[in-house]
Design a protein. Structure first.
Length: 261
């Protein structure tokens, strides 16, 4: 009979324990061997290097990026991704033409107002009178608030006022609320102007009697109060908010000050 592996004797003594182990366990790599093999494979791979920007590409980017050309078009011309073009432009300190975008938006707004004027027969003289910023936002100063109050007394709807001045509906409503203009619930509002000049329409006597003009001593802007509140309200909503913030800051400062007995 053939002797088993456990009964075999070597010169050194008993049979080592790994002799009876299966062959697949003997040749199966351990975790350390796997990590070593993987690290060798990674080190043998060719490193991925980014293509450097040439002088011609940088010059072309510097000429085309500040223009109104789309970033995707510039990336296609240079053979790079839009993100790579944007990152390179940031490193060079280049900026997109925001003024051109604002001009395009202003031109679209002007075209819309011209179309609305042709439909509703609105004059364009008021667009130049109403003060605005370069981006088209309304400047609510004494002049603009008087214009708003003038149309408000004539019972024009906020939608008509917004179209007349080239503003948004919510902008007109919030400005009227901050200025202290009274509510016109119960009145029939005008959605269009019966004449070419909306200010030629007569004011509503009942509504005009409720609007008293005041000048805020803090913000130096015009605000409106009702007849019953003419002796109690001396500041606009923004002025009252500034006073409340100042009082809150003073109270917090007083609490933080140490008390000397």
């Amino acid at each position: 009979m053939q002797a088993s592996i456990q009964e075999m004797k070597f010169h050194s003594g008993l049979v080592p324990p790994w002799v009876s182990m299966p062959a697949r366990r003997l040749f199966y790599p351990t975790a350390e061997q796997k990590q070593l093999i993987t690290s060798k494979e990674i080190s043998l791979k060719r490193p991925m290097t980014r293509r450097l920007w040439s002088q011609d590409e940088t010059t072309q980017l510097a000429k085309s990026y500040p223009t109104d050309t789309a970033v995707k078009v510039i990336a296609e011309r240079l053979g790079r991704s839009p993100q790579a073009v944007t990152n390179k432009a940031k490193r060079l300190g280049l900026r997109r033409p925001l003024t051109l975008k604002r001009q395009r938006i202003a031109q679209e707004r002007q075209n819309f107002l011209c179309t609305t004027e042709a439909q509703n027969n609105l004059p364009t003289a008021s667009l130049d009178i109403f003060p605005k910023t370069a981006s088209g936002r309304a400047i609510w100063n004494t002049q603009s608030l008087h214009l708003l109050a003038g149309l408000w007394k004539r019972l024009y709807s906020p939608a008509f006022i917004a179209e007349y001045f080239g503003l948004k509906y919510n902008t007109v409503c919030m400005a009227a609320k901050r200025a202290g203009l009274p509510s016109r619930a119960g009145f029939t509002l005008l959605r269009t102007s019966p004449t070419e000049d909306p200010f030629s329409v007569a004011e509503n006597a009942t509504l005009a009697a409720q609007i008293i003009t005041r000048t805020c001593g803090i913000t130096n802007t015009v605000f409106f109060v009702s007849f019953k509140d003419r002796r109690t309200q001396h500041y606009s909503s923004l002025g009252r908010r500034l006073l409340e913030n100042r009082a809150r800051c003073m109270s917090d400062y007083a609490l933080e000050m140490p008390f000397d007995a």
